[in-house]
Design a protein around this ligand. Structure first.
Ligand code: ATP
Length: 216
């Protein structure tokens, strides 16, 4: 019998917010994932140096997921002293977990729309399945936003039977639409306004205690 699938959810998490947590919760439930590994990026290759040190982003993620038994924090990317690429992280995880382990790479629609710019993006499908959650403001089904190569992969890989698949499928999933973004949270904090109920209270307390996001 195939082992229960696990989910991999990477991001800058600067800071982690309820948009991230609902994505992990809803895809975790929909795919019956045994665990969801939250993997904060060290130095994201696409977006320059994140403004908040990895230790803070890691600690906020730890606090945010502390009471969820399905969520596990994985610090491997922040421990790297070079840029972290998803294809490399997945290659390591695949080696650790074995070829029979179903793996789902979780992401929001905006990340998926940019997938063809990722390092060795086609190889991602050899390593994992991809589950894409809808996100307000990003339209997945529109030909004008979807790169032609990606549209073809989507068409082909959505048709593959996902049950027990170890890698190679794509699933699109509607989740509770939450128009929350870390960029907006940072600028709200910089202008001295409240981000309560956009992030868990434990994360808010940590932000205040460490005086994060006070300057642009
Ligand atoms: P920023 O505003 O700094 O770009 P972000 O809020 O988009 O940050 P990231 O850490 O870049 O957060 O995102 C990590 C992953 O979470 C990505 O796959 C992204 O698509 C997804 N994601 C983030 N916010 C949401 C949301 N509100 N709804 C659905 N997916 C989301």
């Amino acid at each position: 019998m195939a082992s229960s699938p696990i989910g991999i959810f990477g991001g800058t998490f600067d800071p982690i917010h309820y948009g991230h947590l609902r994505l992990a919760e809803e895809l975790g439930e929909a795919l019956n994932l045994a665990e969801v590994r939250i993997i904060p990026a060290g130095q994201p290759p696409h977006r320059g140096e994140p403004r908040t040190p990895a230790t803070h982003r890691l600690e906020m993620a730890r606090l945010a997921i502390a009471d969820n038994p399905r969520f596990k924090l994985d610090a491997r990317e922040v421990r790297l002293e070079r840029a972290s690429y998803t294809v490399d992280t997945l290659t390591d995880l695949r080696a650790e977990l074995g070829s029979q382990q179903p793996i789902w790479l979780l992401m929001g629609a905006d990340a998926f729309l940019g997938l063809t710019t990722w390092k060795e993006w086609r190889r991602l499908f050899d390593l994992a399945n991809i589950a894409v959650a809808h996100r307000p403001g990003y339209r997945l089904e529109q030909a004008d936003t979807l790169n032609e190569e990606l549209r073809q992969e989507l068409e082909r890989r959505q048709a593959i039977q996902a049950a027990d698949s170890t890698a190679g499928c794509i699933m699109l999933k509607s989740i509770t639409p939450l128009d929350i973004a870390a960029t907006a949270i940072r600028s709200t904090l910089q202008s001295g306004h409240s981000v309560r109920y956009l992030v868990p209270d434990s994360v808010l307390t940590y932000i205040q205690k460490n005086q994060l996001y006070l300057t642009a």
